[in-house]
Design a protein around this ligand. Structure first.
Ligand code: XIL
Length: 319
């Protein structure tokens, strides 16, 4: 069995990585694989750096749970993608249900980012600064931030993150921007908006939550990556999984899933400014899919029993 991160690095990428979460770290069979930096050279905390965990009430910060994941990665010599700072979901209610003006919410965002990015300063290769700001039709999501501040919350968040950790790469991260269309075009406008405001944006993260048989081809994925790179940013696949919409999978389905995972990895390999691929956990036992998409699943590279799927071998042969 090959080692995915080792192969990715030999192919010129910075990492092949995985998300994880605090509860899973007590599963020693799982951590035996996750901790192997030849397999996963990069870790993303799947939950515990989110706002609801890190600032549950205003001005009261808690990094204990996030630190468990960052310490795990550091002990194993793994790069960290830090996730995330400004997102409409998993907000504490004091933020999501607050009554805000442009000025009061600006101050709240700036304080949150100064504290969290400051706490993790020097530890994060990258931060997902703003996550999922767009609707699928390319309009801005009318969330608490947009409603109080309009699109200005986006460059304000990037500027705050840049001030708090000059070395971290600052990313915009979203889904359904992996293929051409109005949402991808709108994400390019976000890159330009931040640049025009004089703030720093270094990268765009393509979540890559795909469906077996409906994953874009490698060439269509590649051309969208290149359209972002031409704006002067790096790119990465940040949350990849390829789910079955009906279960259990057939053996033909597993071959299709392998080919879909292969398309994603091939696209990243084809673009030198694509720094790496992160799966949104590697094992079906800990995938977020079944609890979010009822009746769907088996989206990861490994089965729940920690044996690998055909997709694993396809990726290792492409890398
Ligand atoms: C998911 C986590 O995996 C779940 O455990 C949690 O209940 C909800 O959030 N896009 C993102 C991630 O950017 O933060 C989400 O993670 C999955 C979708």
């Amino acid at each position: 069995q090959a080692n995915l991160n080792q192969l990715a690095k030999a192919a010129g990428k910075l990492y092949f990585g995985s998300a994880t979460d605090n509860g899973e770290l007590s599963d020693s069979a799982y951590t035996a694989i996750l901790s192997n930096s030849n397999e996963f050279g990069q870790i993303t905390p799947g939950n515990t750096q989110k706002w609801q965990y890190t600032e549950p009430s205003e001005g009261s910060y808690s990094y204990t749970q996030g630190d468990v994941i960052t310490s795990f990665a550091e002990a194993n010599g793994q790069i960290l993608r830090c996730h995330n700072l400004v997102w409409y979901e998993q907000l504490p209610s004091w933020v999501s249900s607050g009554t805000w003006t442009n000025a009061t919410l600006t101050a709240v965002i700036q304080a949150h980012i100064a504290s969290e990015v400051g706490h993790y300063k020097g530890q994060c290769y990258a931060w997902d600064v703003v996550n999922e700001a767009l609707n699928d039709d390319g309009t801005y999501r009318a969330d608490v931030f947009y409603n109080a501040m309009g699109p200005s919350y986006i460059p304000i968040a990037f500027a705050a993150a840049a001030a708090a950790d000059p070395a971290a790469k600052l990313y915009y991260n979203d889904y359904n921007i992996e293929y051409a269309g109005s949402k991808a075009t709108a994400a390019q406008s976000i890159v330009k908006l931040v640049q025009a405001a004089g703030a720093r944006i270094d990268g765009v993260g393509f979540q890559g939550h795909f469906i077996v048989g409906s994953t874009p081809s490698a060439s269509s994925l590649t051309s969208v990556l290149n359209s972002f790179v031409s704006l002067g940013v790096e790119v990465a696949y940040t949350e990849v999984d390829v789910r079955f919409t009906s279960l259990p999978p057939t053996s033909a389905g597993l071959q299709q899933q392998a080919s879909d995972y292969g398309s994603v990895v091939s696209a990243c390999l084809a673009v030198s400014k694509c720094v790496g691929v992160t799966v949104w956990d590697f094992d079906d036992q800990y995938s977020w899919i079944p609890s979010t998409f009822s009746g769907q699943g088996d989206a990861c590279l490994y089965w729940a029993n920690l044996t690998v799927k055909p997709a694993y071998y396809t990726i290792s042969s492409i890398l």
